[in-house]
Design a protein around this ligand. Sequence first.
Ligand code: NAD
Length: 329
Amino acid sequence: MNDSQNDESLVSEDGGIGASRRPTIGFIGLGNMGIGMTRNLQRAGFDLVVNDVRRETAAELVAAGARWASSPAEVAASATIVITMLPTPRIVRDVVFGADGILEGIPDGGTWIDMSTSVPEVAEEVRSRFPERNLNIVDAPVSGMSVGAANGTLQIFVGATTGQYQNILPVLSAMGDPERILHVGAAGAGYAVKLMINQLWFSHVIATAEVLAIGTAAGVNLDVLRRSLIASPANSNFLEHDVLSILNDGDYDEGFAIKLACKDLGLSIDLARSVGMPSELSALVEQIFVRAKRGYGDLAGEMTPFKLYEDLLGTELRLTSETLSGVAR
Ligand code: NAD
């Protein structure tokens, strides 16, 4: 982290971002995640100025009092803090450096928080090319799916100086669970933590699908198999909780497109390469995800690789009354 970065307080004299002095929040990227996050900022009383390449995404926010801006530059010029929630590092770069980008509007000493799952290169380029602008650039990617964004219960991983973290905490608290907003290190650490979380979670998706498919093919009742695994040292949060959306409802989470999951897995492998660490398992998991994306389409849900194993089995893995009936409880 560049220590010369400006930690100037955004916090009002009464110790918090008081209702009378709430900063205006600029928000760019109103997709599956951004729409829930902005609704929660609005509910918490922040004035909003918003932008997306798809103007229709802002209709409801504007009806509730948000201001539409026609470019990222206009967002950055009108807001105390500008937040990006965008699909890929390339798009983040376009929105920052492009014509009418954030850099054209943000005042010197201004604050930009990137909440996208991304990498530090864009922020590093801004700092190294424009050190005199003294911008506060923070990475604060999130976990918790679109449902967490909608409910304001996101987990947020913040890479920032302590001063920057303290200053933006009231804003992040409007979008995330205050208990799970973590200051994980200096700039860039938030991106790294988020990529490692996704890498591990996607690995659980594949490992769980494989084990449940093999076990049921061997004739074990699906519910018995899952309960046995949960009771064993091999238990995981995915097996105990997250997989139930598939097993109970056939829901592969279309709130997170598999093309973005593949993006995250690619970034995770890039990170491993950049620090000189092997990533054999990550590479294999990424390839299985790419196979599923190719087969089921870019917009299929992030857990669709599970389906690859169901297809091989010739049946869906579901906890129906039939699979539950064979269980000794
Ligand atoms: P999304 O594709 O649903 O939304 C992205 C939004 O950005 C879209 O509305 C799109 O129109 C807009 N956009 C694209 N290019 C733009 C540009 N040049 N200028 C302005 N707007 C632009 O994606 P999402 O699911 O909301 O994910 C956003 C980020 O959050 C990604 O980095 C993703 O990896 C991460 N993430 C997603 C989830 C999830 O469950 N969906 C969970 C955690 C993190």
